[in-house]
Design a protein around this ligand. Structure first.
Ligand SMILES: *[C@@H]1O[C@H](CO)[C@@H](O)[C@H](O)[C@H]1NC(C)=O
Length: 262
């Protein structure tokens, strides 16, 4: 009896394996042309990498295997590339607008619907609305802002040295990034009486860690686990994302009115 059970389990695994190979056949075909780990390609499974080691591991892999490599992370197959020609083809191709669910489901869960997570036509339409913001003519108008913020940064550092506080440089750089973002995106500095920039920049870091955790740690694809995490370990981070959301909504309404007026 138990032998029947063992054979059934083996049979089921073989069927699943064949199905998986069929599903991944195009990517597996690419593995013939690029570097890959033969065992991973055969099994259809690879190690899951946490957010803390992911970048480091990718860099090592690229170093050891060249610019292009097929690899499995868990049951998902990826092309890891550092080849500018391939990156250009992918980012400029109309065939590559849809984003892979395993990665972007995490982004959607952290950020909800938005330009980063939209797919297909929705993405193309919303992306076009943003085109004017990336025109060189418009970016040039930011130069005086960058200059002012660079001077403010030096002042902050000077003051810190004079008062002997020895703050980590990274903290000032985060603050400067936030200051530049607010003035270039919102068009004004955050009101200091209402918003604590130091606190915000700390919380933005937490929010980034939260987004990174949700999009790389597969346990957060489970809604129940995610809800508990949002209410406990990620409480501050998800609140910060809500604040940023409301700022962006406010700005987009203003800009929309501006566009309508013109
Ligand atoms: C960021 O802006 C705030 C408010 O204007 C200012 O107090 C702070 O010094 C700025 N920080 C940096 C590093 O430029």
């Amino acid at each position: 009896m138990s032998l029947v059970l063992i054979y059934s389990v083996i049979g089921l695994l073989v069927i699943l394996w064949i199905g998986k190979r069929w599903q991944d056949r195009k990517a597996i075909g690419l593995a013939k042309h690029f570097a890959s780990n033969k065992w991973q390609i055969l099994l259809g499974f690879g190690p899951l990498l946490g957010p803390k080691v992911m970048l480091k591991t990718f860099i090592e892999i690229a170093h050891n295997n060249g610019k292009n490599m097929m690899l499995y992370m868990g049951p998902y197959i990826f092309l890891l590339t550092s080849d500018p020609a391939v990156i250009k083809d992918v980012t400029a191709s109309k065939q590559c607008i849809d984003k892979p669910a395993p990665v972007y489901d995490g982004f959607s869960n952290a950020l909800s619907r938005g330009l980063i997570t939209l797919q297909g036509d929705h993405w193309s339409r919303d992306r076009k609305i943003m085109n004017p913001a990336f025109k060189v003519k418009n970016i040039l108008t930011f130069i005086p802002i960058f200059n002012r913020k660079a001077n403010a940064l030096i002042e902050c550092i000077d003051e810190d040295i004079e008062s002997g506080r020895k703050t980590l440089l990274l903290h000032f750089l985060r603050e400067m990034t936030l200051n530049i973002s607010s003035e270039t995106i919102i068009g004004r500095q955050f009101d200091e009486t209402e918003h604590d920039i130091k606190l915000y920049s700390q919380r933005c870091t937490l929010a980034m860690e939260y987004i990174c955790e949700l999009s790389t740690n597969f346990i957060y694809l489970n809604g129940f686990v995610r809800d508990i995490a949002k209410k406990t370990i990620f409480k501050e981070s998800s609140e910060m994302i809500d604040i940023l959301h409301s700022v962006i909504v406010e700005v987009s309404k203003l800009k929309h009115v501006h566009i309508l007026r013109n």
